[in-house]
Design a protein around this ligand. Structure first.
Ligand code: GLC
Length: 478
């Protein structure tokens, strides 16, 4: 089988969150589980950040022109072998020489160009996949163009599609005024795109794709309810026969405290005394009291409302007055940045807040922390709880989406429990469970056992890569 995965970002080339982690690690995991005749390749935009950091590692393949309505745009094609997988990069400085991956006024045009380019690149590099696997709304138009504009061409006709929803909060909603002129969809059925009077690319991709997946089983069930669906439950219910969930894994070689050179001292579950060295170094570096007996509670998260930050806001004083050290790393919505900026002004000796997205610093925090707090309102999968586990940080999570699928709540008699969880979206329920976790922390032998279990939990891609391969086969009809 031949697979082509497309996405807007991938570690290490570009990343702003979990999607990048998945795009950077899932393809090679799939490749390792495939037979020799099979192939998987990836196409990404050549963002400015990728150009700055990786240009010397990329090879120029060729250039083509890509038409988007009346536009005729240059499209350079570069490639790079990343962990055994060919990654292609779409070069066009007009669209991609920008500091941010998303959030520009012309995001719709930028990603429409990218999607058109993907379909043209198949021809240019002569790689026509059996399954085109698109990820999130930025690549929804690949699926749509394939069905609406390319399906009458011989080599495109048999390409099947999988559309993966990493987060339904971001749907790609645009005004119909750009339907012809920007999206180049003149003559296509407007009702396919119409949702509440706007173009909704996620809706159209769900309708067009052969299969729709999401990044945990629980989230695939939750999406059928209005509360979780970002208002697309009607569509997801109608097409529920296409929908399935495959839980994400993480790159366990990249997230490995036994090999990570960023952290103070490398460690594994058999050498937890070295994690204590990391904790001490962190406490020193960040001016916190140096004391192994004070637990460090970390929040490492995009500051978006669905991450449950309202709960933290609501009882922040209670949390901060506990006998703990609180460290937050993240940036995002103004409301939360402002809240935490105000908290910083209080100069509490046990609170450190860093409003940034920084992968290296996040691993330093994981190496030092004892508890990760992740009280998401909704969570398609969540990667922080898995990364934290690798570094011996015990997750305290809300039982929702992928968090429910990956964390089994603590029960002293269950040797498989690997964290703490609470059910309702309620700040005091969160606080209660956090306090329960802190009480176990103070009983050292019990906590050490728990940390060892947490660290040994298999969060590799292996099982899920196998499931993707089965799903591809099912789509192809083998
Ligand atoms: C999004 C989701 C997160 C998921 C990630 C990768 O960032 O919010 O839950 O783990 O995508 O699929």
């Amino acid at each position: 089988m031949k697979i082509l995965m497309v996405g807007a970002e991938a570690v290490p080339f570009s990343s702003s969150g979990g999607l990048g982690d998945v795009m950077g690690s899932l393809p090679s995991a799939i490749k390792k589980n495939m037979t020799f005749d099979d192939d998987i390749r990836v196409i990404l935009p050549l963002h400015e950040i990728t150009k700055n950091k990786f240009m010397d590692k990329l090879t120029f393949v060729g250039k083509i022109n890509v038409k988007l309505a009346w536009r005729n745009q240059y499209c350079g094609i570069f490639e790079c072998n990343h962990n055994g997988v060919i990654y292609y990069f779409v070069d066009n400085e007009y669209y991609f020489k920008r500091a941010d991956l998303y959030g520009n006024f012309d995001d719709g045009e930028k990603y429409a160009f990218f999607c058109k380019a993907v379909l043209e690149i198949m021809q240019a590099v002569n790689y026509f996949p059996d399954v085109l696997h698109a990820n999130d709304w930025h690549t929804a138009l690949c699926v749509i163009y394939l069905k609406c504009l390319y399906a009458n061409q011989e080599r495109y006709r048999n390409i099947k599609t999988l559309y993966t929803i990493h987060n339904i909060e971001y749907q790609g909603v645009f005004d119909f005024s750009i339907f012809d002129d920007v999206f180049d969809l003149a003559g296509c059925d407007r009702s396919l795109f119409d949702y509440d009077g706007n173009i909704n690319l996620t809706k159209a991709a769900i309708v067009c794709a052969d299969k729709v997946s999401t990044v945990s089983e629980r989230y695939s069930q939750e999406l059928l309810y209005r509360y979780f669906s970002g208002n697309l439950h009607h569509i997801l219910q109608r097409y529920s026969y296409k929908l399935c969930g495959i839980v994400n894994g993480i790159d366990i070689n990249y997230y490995n405290p036994a090999k990570d050179s960023i952290i103070e001292k490398k460690y594994d579950w058999k050498h937890l005394q070295n994690k204590a060295v990391c904790k001490e170094a962190f406490q020193r570096e960040f001016g916190l009291q140096i004391n192994q007996n004070i637990p460090i509670v970390a929040v490492i998260s995009r500051l978006a409302s669905h991450k449950g930050l309202d709960l933290i806001k609501c009882v922040f004083d209670d949390i901060a007055y506990e006998n703990l050290q609180f460290v937050l790393l993240g940036k995002g919505e103004y409301e939360y940045e402002e809240f935490f900026r105000n908290e910083m002004k209080k100069n509490r000796p046990n609170v450190r807040i860093i409003l940034d997205y920084n992968k290296d610093l996040s691993r330093k925090i994981y190496s030092a922390a004892d508890i990760l707090l992740m009280p998401s309102k909704s969570e398609p999968c969540g990667l922080s709880q898995m990364i934290a586990s690798r570094y011996g940080v015990v997750p305290v999570v809300r039982e929702v989406g992928g968090l429910a699928d990956t964390i089994k709540p603590y029960n002293p008699f269950d040797k498989e429990s690997n964290g703490f969880s609470f059910r309702n979206y309620n700040a005091h329920e969160m606080l209660h469970v956090l306090n329960y976790a802190l009480s176990i922390y103070s009983s050292k032998p019990e906590w050490q056992e728990l940390v060892k279990t947490v660290m040994q939990k298999d969060f590799s891609w292996n099982k899920s890569a196998e499931k993707y391969i089965n799903l591809y086969s099912e789509i192809i009809g083998n």
